[in-house]
Design a binder for this molecule. Structure first.
Ligand code: COA
Length: 257
């Protein structure tokens, strides 16, 4: 397993930490596989009742590693580390808590839709800048977000892709609670601890009942994956990622609408 994913299990709680702080925890293919392995281990371990996912340093995650995107475009509609990660996170049967300690970009924000509880530092900022990258939403976010907040608010988030503050994310329902940054992990630990004292099969069955739309989610992820994959190979994405790497603004004026 990559050392860019750390796992620690204590008192029935597994904590998975995305650990690539110098790159704002941008997710590489190996890191997606590392999270999948950690989730599988936690699922199989009867002593683990709750899983917490968080980021090392100042970021939760800046999303997919953009260099990986260019060099190894993932097959989101088929088998790839990203699709395995999305499948694992959307079907994980035990309670999954996100501790959003800082910036959450792209899949860093959309993965929250599949966590049962989300606690965010007051300094956290969330964004889904897919269009600015020439991309489209993933993780069934194109289905879940409009259903959650309505088309117009979803359009604002997806079409502009602007960052929102943790407090706004809580208002919209992406986040349960916003906590002072230095109190976040203690707060999450206390919540996780309460859950470890509850009846485990009741927790699992309650989650299962709430996730009754999972087939629809899987179908939408496949649909998004096919479009996302095609866009990844498009000149728009080449321009967007080239601009990011060159630390300049992308110029989409050359492309037909
Ligand atoms: N993929 C690859 N590298 C990334 C990255 C990503 N998604 N996000 C950040 N990095 C790298 C930066 O290139 C930089 O590397 P360098 O030190 O070698 O120059 C380093 O991480 C630190 O990032 P930096 O941009 O200096 O930090 P910041 O605090 O000014 O900004 C972000 C943080 C997350 C707002 C900014 O890095 C960003 O917009 N990243 C891209 C996010 C993105 O588009 N993700 C994909 C969504 S689908």
């Amino acid at each position: 397993m990559t050392d860019q994913i750390l796992t620690e299990t204590r008192d029935g709680i597994t904590t998975i930490t995305m650990n690539r702080a110098d790159k704002k925890n941008a997710l590489t293919l190996a890191m997606y596989d590392g999270i999948v392995d950690a989730l599988k281990t936690a699922e199989a371990d009867p002593t683990v009742r709750v899983v917490v996912i968080t980021g090392a340093g100042s970021a939760f995650t800046s999303g997919n590693d953009l260099i990986d995107f260019m060099q190894n475009p993932p097959d989101l509609a088929g088998d790839s580390p990203v699709s395995r990660f999305l499948a694992a996170i959307t079907t994980f049967p035990k309670v999954l808590i996100a501790a959003v300690n800082g910036i959450a970009v792209g899949v860093g924000m959309t993965m929250l839709l599949h966590c049962d509880l989300v606690y965010a530092a007051d300094t956290a900022k969330l964004s889904m800048p897919f269009t600015a990258l020439g991309l489209v939403p993933e993780a069934a976010s194109s289905l879940i977000v409009p259903a959650m907040i309505g088309h117009r608010k979803a359009a604002e988030l997806f079409l502009f892709g602007d960052q929102i503050e943790a407090a706004r994310a809580a208002e919209l329902g992406f986040v349960n609670e916003v906590v002072p940054a230095d109190a976040l992990m203690a707060h999450v630990e206390a919540k996780a601890k309460r859950l470890t004292a509850l009846a485990p099969s009741a927790l699992r069955l309650t989650k299962q009942l709430m996730k009754s739309s999972s087939r629809e989610v899987a179908e939408r992820m496949k649909e998004e994956g096919a479009i996302f994959g095609a866009q990844l190979r498009s000149p728009e994405v080449a321009e967007a990622i080239g601009a990011f790497l060159a630390k300049r603004k992308p110029d989409f004026s050359q492309f037909a609408a």
